[in-house]
Design a protein around this ligand. Structure first.
Ligand code: HH2
Length: 260
């Protein structure tokens, strides 16, 4: 899953792909590099990011989704917690709702997901984006994330979302210390065993800099991102959400050939 951000403040792209034209160019490149899914996002969820209004988010993502769909059949996911944005994105051609709040963004989110009939990524996040990294604590992080995700599955099913449409994501970096992230990365087989496709988003994240303090710049975390993607693939995740599609596709191909 290749990341296409149309935000001026996403931590890793620094606004480089702001604007629909630049984002479309970037999307084309990721498709050519072998992305199987494009994840389009119009609002950064990093700590301290400025919230975006619904109309601004729509203005960022809908023209881009429409333009990608006009020239490619690549599956598109919409990274949003706003039901109205998900609804418009699906109308424009997206088929996956990637929701970092696991359908908690508004009371009608589960009903909207059921109505849209799209796939839904349920991601774990502790707290809110603005404050989630302020001393997050768990008694048993893996068990708590698993319990949360299964509760969100129940909410989605109760609203009428089909079981086979659901994905799970441990939410690396969303209200987690280094130790929490590592525990979850090591527990991926346990999440995979729940029987849903698992999405892993570790690309360029800060846990990499926590282990390699020289990697203060998000652009300088490719090695760690590839290590995490390979680790996820070995654990059986269904998709990895990444910035560096070409390098990740190559790494996954070589790892698959070596273990064949
Ligand atoms: N991480 C980010 C955004 N969306 N969605 C899923 N399902 N899983 C993730 O791990 C995930 C996600 C991080 O977002 P942001 O801080 O905006 O940066 P970027 O979009 O460049 O990754």
């Amino acid at each position: 899953m290749g990341i296409v951000n149309v935000t001026p403040d996403s931590f890793s792209d620094g606004g480089r792909f702001l604007g629909a034209d630049a984002a479309l160019t970037h999307a084309r490149r990721l498709i050519a590099e072998g992305a199987d899914i494009l994840d389009v996002g119009g609002e950064s969820t990093r700590p301290g990011a400025t919230p975006v209004t619904e109309s601004e988010e729509l203005a960022r993502v809908i023209p881009l989704i429409t333009a990608i769909r006009a020239e490619s059949a690549v599956p598109i996911s919409i990274d949003t917690f706003k039901p109205a944005v998900a609804r418009a994105a699906v109308a424009a051609g997206a088929t996956i709702w990637n929701d970092v709040t696991a359908l908690r963004g508004s009371p009608d989110a589960p009903d909207v997901a059921a109505e849209l009939g799209c796939e839904v990524v349920l991601m774990h996040m502790l707290g809110e984006p603005g404050t989630m990294q302020d001393a997050p604590r768990y008694d048993h992080v893996v068990a708590e994330v698993e319990t949360f995700l299964l509760q969100r599955v129940e909410v989605a099913l109760a609203a009428g979302v089909a079981r086979e449409k659901l994905w799970l994501d441990p939410g690396i970096g969303f209200g987690k210390t280094l130790e929490h992230n590592l525990a979850l990365l090591n527990a991926l087989p346990r999440l995979v065993a729940l029987g849903f496709p698992v999405l892993l988003g570790a690309s360029r994240k800060r846990f990499i800099a926590a282990l390699d303090p020289a990697a203060t710049d998000a652009d300088d975390r490719l090695g760690g991102s590839l290590a995490a993607a390979l680790h996820g693939a070995r654990a059986g995740v269904a998709a990895v959400r990444v910035h560096d599609v070409r390098e990740t596709v190559q790494a996954l191909k070589i790892a698959a050939a070596l273990s064949a």
